[in-house]
Design a protein around this ligand. Structure first.
Ligand SMILES: *Cc1c(COP(=O)(O)O)cnc(C)c1O
Length: 222
C-alpha cells in the first residue's frame, strides 16, 4: 500500500463503521475511529490529518514525544490516545502528551496516574484495560480484579471513561467484545475501546465507542 491512498482507506473505514452502526441501531457517529499511527512517520500521518482526521493513537511515550509536537503545531485540535502498556515512571509524560490512556491495568499505575494528574493539572480520559482472554502477557487486569481497580481509580480521582480489551488472536472476537460490554454495563461505564483492523465492525455492532485501527489504514507495520 502506498501512503497516498491512506485518505481513500480512511473514507472506506468510516463508511464501514457507519454501516455497522446502522445495522446495530446505533446513532451515526457513536463510534470514534482512533487511527493507530505507531511506527509510521510524519509523512505517512500528515495525509490523514489533511483529510480531516483528528484522533490518533500511539503505543510509546518516547515515539509520541518525537513525532507529534511538530504535527500538532501544524494542525490544532488533534487528540492523542495511548494504547500501549505504560510504565509507572512514564505516567507524568503520558498525562502531558495524551488526551486518553487506554492501558490502565494495575494498582501501581493508578497511583502513579493520580499523582501525575495532580501535578500536571490535566486529566486524560482513562480506560481500564481488561485481560479479557486471560492472557497475562498482554497486559490488562484480571476480570476478578476489575471491581477493586475501578474503585481505586475512582477514589484516586481518575476520570474513568470505560473499559478496553484486546481479545485473543485467531479466534472469534465477538464473545470477548460482548463480555467486555457486559462488564462495562455492570459497572455503569459508557466507554468501550475495542476492535482493531480485523474486527472493528464486529466491535461496533457490539457497542464499541472507540475502535483502534492501524494496519487497515496505514498498511502493514515494518
Ligand atoms: C497496534 C494496536 C492496534 C492496531 O492494530 P491493527 O491490527 O494494526 O489495527 C490496536 N490496539 C492496540 C492496543 C495496539 O497495540
Amino acid at each position: 500500500m502506498t501512503q497516498t491512498d491512506a485518505p481513500t482507506r480512511l473514507a472506506a473505514i468510516n463508511t464501514r463503521i457507519a454501516h455497522a452502526e446502522a445495522i446495530a441501531g446505533r446513532d451515526a457517529g457513536a463510534t470514534t475511529l482512533i487511527a493507530i499511527s505507531k511506527t509510521h512517520d510524519a509523512a505517512a500521518i500528515q495525509p490523514l490529518i489533511d483529510a480531516g482526521h483528528r484522533v490518533f493513537g500511539e503505543n510509546r511515550v518516547q515515539e509520541t514525544q518525537a513525532k507529534w509536537p511538530a504535527l500538532q503545531a501544524g494542525t490544532p485540535g488533534i487528540a492523542l490516545h495511548l494504547v500501549g502498556q505504560l510504565q509507572s515512571n512514564k505516567a507524568e509524560d503520558a498525562v502531558r502528551l495524551f488526551d486518553a490512556i487506554h492501558s490502565v491495568d494495575r494498582p501501581s499505575l493508578v497511583t502513579a496516574l493520580a499523582r501525575a494528574i495532580d501535578r500536571v493539572g490535566r486529566a486524560p480520559a482513562c480506560f481500564v484495560q481488561v485481560d479479557i482472554g486471560d492472557e497475562p502477557q498482554k497486559g490488562g487486569c484480571a476480570i476478578g480484579d476489575l471491581p477493586g481497580l475501578l474503585a481505586q481509580a475512582k477514589d484516586g480521582g481518575l476520570p474513568v471513561a470505560g473499559l478496553m480489551c484486546v481479545p485473543p488472536a485467531g479466534v472469534d472476537a465477538a464473545p470477548y467484545f460482548a463480555l467486555t460490554a457486559k462488564l462495562a454495563r455492570d459497572h455503569g461505564l459508557d466507554g468501550l475501546s475495542m476492535g482493531m483492523s480485523d474486527d472493528f465492525e464486529t466491535a461496533v455492532t457490539l457497542g464499541a465507542t472507540h475502535v483502534r485501527v492501524g494496519s487497515a489504514l496505514f498498511g502493514a507495520r515494518g
